[in-house]
Design a protein around this ligand. Structure first.
Ligand code: PBG
Length: 331
């Protein structure tokens, strides 16, 4: 049909018609809130490179989560801020049953049993060198020894009551090893969210500040295990392998510069696809918002809606708290 029989503007003429013809929407249930957890009580610390995001001790975190859960928050993803004295070459603190993550999981599950708790399985908060894996004397990441450590860490999270363990380390074979260990230990209901396509991205910079691993990592890179930003087919290969090994959900990370990968993943696989709007994306948006160059709510809502359009089922975003309030006010 040609103009004037077809006029695309007819369905854009009012918000009612725009809403009716919308292909995608952003809902409270799509959001996962990543949070930085501090040891101790009554502690709240700003993050220089992420203005508006705070590291919180578990008591203050539970106050926030209680409110957000009432607004529809389904899931929280925990990232520990580990004191230097607990970091080591071998990262043993990662599977301490009384460690910061393990005790935080227990406290949240006790206060809010219906809220899904997701834990990060990777060694970088715990290694003195800041890498996600264990290294040999030449500084190379040792894959299979790291996988053994990740299995211990994942089991300790499951034991603490984590609903979902989320390996973000990009070692080969870790999903299969973790799934097997969880089944053997009778944690058959602990789900695995695999960071299947995680790129070696400079957009993680502010996160490394937030958890205090930037100094430990120094000038070293994670390029020997995280993916090359130049590659797309390889992401499909990574995702297929992780599904085969037992992943229940998969993650693409970062988000906004990688929407093509999200779309590819959605078109090629049937399980839930998550994406992470990472710290650098937050920093870019928030800096422009704070400068008055972008309007806060429209910029954030548009960015997140575009994740949905690309094919995301769930989005990890540091904006989850703000967005939940906005979605609630709109009801
Ligand atoms: C490390 C980890 C990183 C992020 C989540 N888990 C950083 C990294 O790989 O160095 C980044 C998240 C963000 O930037 O918001 N296991």
């Amino acid at each position: 049909m040609k103009y004037p029989a077809t006029r695309k503007r007819r369905l854009r003429a009012s918000s009612a018609l725009r809403n009716l013809s919308a292909e995608h929407t952003l809902n409270a249930h799509d959001l996962i809130w990543p949070v930085f957890v501090l040891p101790g009580e009554q502690r709240k610390k700003a993050i220089n490179s992420m203005p508006g995001v705070f590291r919180l001790s578990v008591d203050l975190l539970i106050e926030q989560l209680t409110q957000l859960h009432q607004l529809g928050l389904n899931a929280v993803a925990l990232f520990p801020v580990v004191d230097q004295e607990f970091k080591s070459e071998t990262a043993d603190e990662a599977w301490n049953p009384n460690g910061l993550v393990q005790t935080t999981v227990k406290a949240i599950k006790q206060a809010l049993p219906e809220l899904a708790v997701i834990t990060d399985v990777a060694l970088d908060p715990y290694t003195s060198h800041g890498q996600d894996g264990l290294i040999n004397s030449r500084g190379e990441i040792m894959n299979d020894i790291t996988v053994d450590a990740l299995v211990r860490q994942a089991l300790s999270h499951a034991q603490a009551g984590a609903d979902i363990v989320a390996p973000s380390d990009m070692m080969d074979g870790r999903i299969g090893a973790i799934r097997t260990a969880l089944e053997q230990a009778d944690y058959q209901h602990t789900a695995i969210l695999s960071y299947a396509a995680k790129y070696a991205s400079c957009f993680y910079g502010p996160f490394r500040d937030a958890v205090g691993s930037a100094g430990n990592l120094g000038a070293s890179s994670k390029e020997s295990y995280q993916m090359n930003p130049a590659n797309a087919n390889e992401a499909l290969d990574e995702i297929a392998m992780d599904i085969d090994e037992g992943a229940d959900l998969v993650m693409i990370k970062p988000g906004m510069p990688y929407l093509d990968i999200i779309k590819l993943a959605k078109e090629n696989f049937q399980l839930p696809i998550c994406a992470y709007q990472v710290s650098g994306e937050y920093a870019m948006l928030q800096t422009a918002i704070d400068q008055g160059f972008l309007a806060e709510k429209p910029a954030i809502m548009e960015a997140l809606l575009c994740f949905k359009r690309a094919g995301c089922d769930a989005i990890l975003t540091y904006y989850a708290d703000r967005v939940l309030h906005w979605l609630h006010e709109a009801q």
